[in-house]
Every structure is written in structure tokens, then in C-alpha cells.
Design a protein around this ligand. Structure first.
Ligand code: ZN
Ligand code: ZN
Length: 632
């Protein structure tokens, strides 16, 4: 629902200035930080991650130090900012007089290799605040970090050889433990992600425990670059982002809009089948609503400035929950009415620093496939089970068959009574177990307002994406005093569950684009078949075939341009159109088409009726009835 301001050990560090990805976690809880997707120069809570991941983080954090050491060797006037490990590597930001060149990177990497070969041990040291200031007196960014540290917190530095950095570790024992390292790119990055602060030079690199692991990673990176959704989005004409509109705000072009509509239509149909009610809510709401919900106290930094309406404060919605709650509260509820499932493709707006915006993955306005379930204690398990079944039906429809599942349990500081926590957590676990799904437990990693299940999907490149969250909430029902009348006439608080399956439509679209490398499965392809007349005299026949296909519900284009046939095929191939149908004299005479598939290549001539039947069968939306024999 919203982020707690105190992030357990994290916040008190000060050094760990964490970047929240508010697009990823629909109901924004503190615990996703623990996955360590992106943390600034700080510690890693190794209690919540696998030993392999923890080792890589130590390796990469250590490599970041070695890189800073090398940079200072070559550019003694460089000012160091921060250098954290990331999910796939590490970076370090420097304030330097000119951008780094590819030649600089080569030189820096060469020095790093020497430092690694020398096997310098890493040594931790606790120092006084004043000594820290003296030590970093010529490093203004480090001084700023020190200024921000809690007075009560001990300050630590890590040394290797002559190099010293303000740091909480952990590191590997020696630079020699960094088995394989590679510097990748340089990019500009604002200090603290703030466009009003200096622009720094960020060097990205990665490090692995073996040469083989590094090589495999580099091969994956190359493939990922080809699939970058920003490149594909442009190439396929799906969406764009304009400075004139504002960063992080998406406009959907006709083809992207069509795919999105198909996704949303599928989503709506699925939810109808799973007995969800479809609701709608406005984009703004009165300040007092967001006060009651707690957003103004706890989520304010992610909300936009207020609007004045009749001299009253209104806010753009960062979440849909309070609106659905008002629908629940609009009448006295009886136990007989429950469960209630309110679903909405609800567009929300959240502030993200411009430095962290990224294509469709991290935006400022996005549409959650949101739903809220209100139910009785005896319904909780069935409801969670239902959400899981719906989730896996949906993910399978979009071609995802591998996931990892995490259950997060009660943290130390929590609201809601113990029985509810226990019942909810047990229901989450049992629902997963009954379905034979394996899952990890993030003990104490839940939000303060309820336990949850997170599901990460694995894409074609083996990358994990967090999409689905099923989150109990014991806080909002209290704040809004929700109740229903039970069978004995008592007023009791319902269980409330927030859930999003896609997470956000924008982000899921980006994930799909990269997963399929732009070659959407037939049911999602914006153009399913393109007809390619060999010469102008075949245009009339092409139009006739087009009509037949369109009548069968196929999205078809005729390439009427005067390009040569091979050029048209190349173009359709670039646009990742599933079927190319070449028509000339022979085809017109035989009432046929020469079929070419984007992956399978030439499939030879086929009567128009037969092809229509084939493509209509393949294009069926998952979960829908297949076409009858009569089609085509
Ligand atoms: Zn460090
Ligand atoms: Zn919600």
C-alpha cells in the first residue's frame, strides 16, 4: 500500500541511500529493497538472499573499489561519488573534467587487472566522524555523505593497498578474489539522481567468480541489447516518449495501442470469468482521502503537488485502493455478500527522479491491473488460491512458464492483530503448497500491514522480472473502519487483499517486448499477416484475399508500395509480421497464397480457404473458444 519511512537497518545507515523502484512493487513495501536490485554504496542484507548472490555482491562491490582506485590513479583530480553493486554488476560515479572515453575504460580495466593480480587484502576500520572528514577532505561527495550520517552510527572505511573508501562493506578478503572483471559502458548520471545537482560520469562494469560465468553473462548482455524494448519500441512503431510532454510519460502509437488493447481485453475477459467486478475510479481525490489512507504521511515523496479545486487540496492518485474502499463502504455489508472482488485497470501517477526513468520499465504514469478483494476469514484461503490460479493462467497465456515465488512474513513492527497475521500467512503458504508450487520465505520481510506473495517471472533470456504481488492489508480496513455484519449480527473487519498480476501494463508490455524480441505471438501481433502483391496488376487479387482474411477476424495489411518483392519481405520480417503472403499470377489463378512465416520461412502455396482456417485457429485468444469449422 505504501512505503514505511523507516527501512529497518537500511535507513539508519545513512550511507545506504536506497533507490526505491516504485513502479515495480504495486503496493510499495520496504522489503523489495532487500532483493538488492539497486542499492547505493552500502551493505547488503545477506540474510535474505542466496549465498551465490551474496558472493557476487561482495565481488562486485570490491571490484567497484578497485575501479575507483584505478580511476584515481589515472585521474588524480577525480571526485568519487558512490559505487554500489547492482543486480548484474556494479558502477561507480565520478566527477571528472571530461567524459571517459572507451580508451580510458581499457586503461582503467588494465590497471584493475594489475591490482587484482597483486592480491591486496581488504581491511575494515571504524573511525571517528572528524577523522573521516579529514580523510575525505578533498572528496566533496564523500563529505556530503558523511554529513548525512546519523551521529550515533559508527563510520567505517575499507582500505586495500593505498586506496580508502567510505564504506560499510561487505567485501571479499582480497582483491585477488575478484576472478573475472569487465568494464562495460559510461553514462552521465546526476548526483543523487537529481537533475539540479552535478552531472557525474558513471562507469558500469561487472565481475564474476569465474571467467566462464563472465563470458556467459557478456553473451546474454549482447542478446539483451538486441532486444532492448526502447529500440524495439521505436523500430516497430509502438510507443514514444517526448520531452515536450515530459519524461516518464508514454504515448502509445496505433500498433502499440492495438497490442495494449488486446492485452487489456484479454485481462478483462479473464477477470470476468474469475468473477471480478469491473470498477472505475477518478484520477484525483480530495486531500482528506489521502490523509485517511495514510498516503500523505507515508507516500508523499512519490506523489505530485496538490491541485486547488474550490480552494480545497486534491491530489493525483498514486494508487487506486482508497477508491475501491469507498465503493466497499458505500453500503452496509453483510457476510452473505462476501467475497467482493473489485478490479480496475487503474492509471496512477508517481514521482520518480528523472535519473531513474527507463523506457517503459520505470515511468511516472502507469496503469496497474489492480484489484482488491474483501472477504471473510473462512474465505481467505479460497480467495488466495483463486488469485494464484488466475495468475498462472494469465502468465501462461503470455508465454511465461518459469517463476520464482517468495512469501514475506510479519516484520517486527506491524499493525493488525496476531490471529489475522497468522491466518493470512498460513493461507498464503497452504495455497502455494496445495498447488505444488515451491517458494522461498522472506522471514520478517513483509510490509508492516500484512504478509504477501511476490512472483517473479523468468523471461526468454533467463532474467527475472517482478510482476505479480498478492498483498494482505490489515491497515487500510482499520483506517477506513471497514466492516461487515457476520451471521450473529456483529460488526467485524473484513480481510482485504491488494493484488496486481501484470504489475503495470507499461512495464509488462516492456517485458513482453523483450521476452519475444518484438515477435509477438500471433494473437498479440498488431499485424498478423501482410499480403505482398508481386506487381501492380496483382493488387486487386491482394485486396480480395485481404477481405477474406479480415472477415475471419485476421488483422491484415496489403503492402501496396512499389518496392520489389524481396524488399517487402525484408520489411515485413523487420516488422516481425508472423505471416507474409505473396500473390502473383499463379496464386490469383489458383485462388491461393504463397505463405512465408517469419520464423519457419517458406511454407509454399496454400489455398486461401485453407490458410484462413489455419491462421484463424492459431490466432485464438487464450481462454477463448476456437473458431468453428465454418470459418473461412
Ligand atoms: Zn564499499
Ligand atoms: Zn491497493
Amino acid at each position: 500500500m505504501y512505503k514505511a519511512l523507516s527501512l529497518d537497518g537500511w535507513e539508519t545507515h545513512g550511507i545506504s541511500h536506497l533507490i526505491a523502484d516504485t513502479n515495480v512493487v504495486p503496493f510499495d513495501t520496504p522489503n523489495h529493497f532487500r532483493l538488492g536490485y539497486m542499492l547505493d554504496h552500502g551493505t547488503l542484507d545477506t540474510g535474505h538472499i542466496s549465498p551465490e548472490v551474496a558472493l557476487r555482491h561482495r565481488l562486485r562491490h570490491s571490484a567497484a573499489h578497485v575501479m575507483a582506485d584505478a580511476v584515481l590513479g589515472l585521474f588524480p583530480e577525480a571526485k568519487m561519488a558512490i559505487g554500489p553493486p547492482t543486480q548484474d554488476g556494479f558502477y561507480y560515479d565520478f566527477d571528472v573534467s571530461r567524459p571517459f572515453t572507451p580508451e580510458d575504460l581499457e586503461q582503467i580495466e588494465a590497471i584493475m587487472v594489475q591490482r587484482i593480480a597483486a592480491g591486496h587484502p581488504f581491511r575494515m576500520e571504524e573511525i571517528e566522524r572528524e577523522d573521516a572528514k579529514a580523510l575525505f577532505s578533498d572528496q566533496p561527495y564523500k563529505l556530503e555523505i558523511i554529513e548525512g550520517l546519523d551521529e550515533a552510527e559508527p563510520i567505517t572505511v575499507y582500505r586495500h593497498d593505498e586506496f580508502v573508501d567510505l564504506c560499510q562493506g561487505p567485501h571479499v578478503d582480497s582483491t585477488g578474489d575478484i576472478a573475472a572483471v569487465k568494464l562495460l559502458t559510461v553514462a552521465g548520471a546526476y548526483w543523487r539522481g537529481d537533475e539540479h545537482r552535478p552531472m557525474l560520469q558513471r562507469i558500469y562494469g561487472t565481475a564474476f567468480e569465474s571467467r566462464e560465468a563472465l563470458d556467459a553473462h557478456l553473451a546474454r548482455l549482447e542478446e539483451a541489447e538486441k532486444r532492448d524494448h526502447r529500440t524495439l519500441g521505436r523500430q516497430l512503431g509502438l510507443y514514444s516518449i517526448h520531452d515536450e510532454i515530459g519524461p516518464g510519460l508514454i504515448v502509445w502509437h496505433p500498433k502499440g495501442g492495438l497490442v495494449r488493447t488486446l492485452i487489456e481485453d484479454y485481462w478483462r475477459d479473464l477477470h470476468k470469468r474469475w468473477n471480478y467486478d469491473s470498477v472505475y475510479s477518478p484520477h484525483i481525490g480530495r486531500g482528506s482521502l489521502w490523509q485517511t489512507s495514510g498516503h500523505l504521511d507515508f507516500f508523499r515523496e512519490n506523489m505530485y503537488g496538490s491541485l486547488d479545486v474550490d480552494e480545497q487540496e486534491y491530489f493525483l492518485k498514486p494508487m487506486n485502493c482508497p477508491f475501491h474502499i469507498m465503493i466497499y463502504r458505500s453500503s452496509l455489508r453483510s457476510y452473505r455478500e462476501l467475497p467482493l472482488r473489485y478490479g480496475e485497470l487503474g492509471t496512477v501517477y508517481r514521482y520518480e527522479r528523472s535519473g531513474v526513468l527507463h523506457g517503459l520499465m520505470r515511468v511516472r504514469g502507469f496503469t496497474q491491473d489492480d484489484a482488491h478483494i474483501f472477504c471473510r476469514p473462512d474465505q481467505v484461503e479460497d480467495e488466495i488460491g483463486g488469485v494464484l490460479d488466475l495468475t498462472f493462467e494469465l502468465l501462461k497465456a503470455f508465454g511465461f512458464s518459469e517463476y520464482s515465488i517468495m512469501v514475506s512474513t510479519r516484520p517486527e513492527k506491524a499493525v493488525g492483530d496476531d490471529d489475522m497475521w497468522e491466518h493470512a500467512t498460513a493461507s498464503l503458504r497452504r495455497s502455494l503448497e496445495q498447488r505444488g508450487l515451491s517458494f522461498g520465505i522472506d522471514e520478517g520481510g513483509g510490509a508492516f500491514y500484512g504478509p504477501k506473495i511476490d512472483i517473479n517471472i523468468t523471461d526468454a533470456l533467463g532474467r527475472a522480472w517482478q510482476c505479480t504481488t498478492v498483498q494482505f492489508d490489515f491497515n487500510l480496513p482499520q483506517r477506513f473502519e471497514l466492516n461487515y455484519q457476520d451471521d450473529e449480527g456483529n460488526r467485524v473487519q473484513p480481510y482485504m487483499v491488494h493484488r496486481a498480476i501484470l504489475g503495470s501494463v507499461e512495464r509488462f508490455f516492456g517485458v513482453l517486448l523483450e521476452h519475444y524480441s518484438g515477435a509477438f505471438p500471433l494473437w498479440l501481433a498488431p499485424v498478423q499477416a501482410v499480403i505482398i502483391p508481386i506487381a501492380d496488376r496483382h493488387l486487386e487479387y491482394a485486396e480480395k484475399v485481404s477481405k477474406t482474411l479480415a472477415t475471419a477476424g485476421i488483422r491484415v495489411d496489403v503492402d501496396v508500395r512499389s518496392d520489389r518483392m524481396n524488399q517487402k519481405i525484408r520489411n515485413a520480417q523487420m516488422q516481425k509480421v508472423p505471416y507474409m503472403l505473396v500473390v502473383g499470377d499463379k496464386e490469383a489463378e489458383a485462388d491461393s497464397v504463397s505463405v512465408r512465416h517469419r520464423d519457419e520461412g517458406d511454407l509454399g502455396p496454400m489455398p486461401v480457404g485453407k490458410f484462413t482456417y489455419r491462421i484463424a485457429g492459431e490466432a485464438v485468444v487464450p481462454g477463448a473458444m476456437p473458431p468453428s469449422e465454418s470459418t473461412g
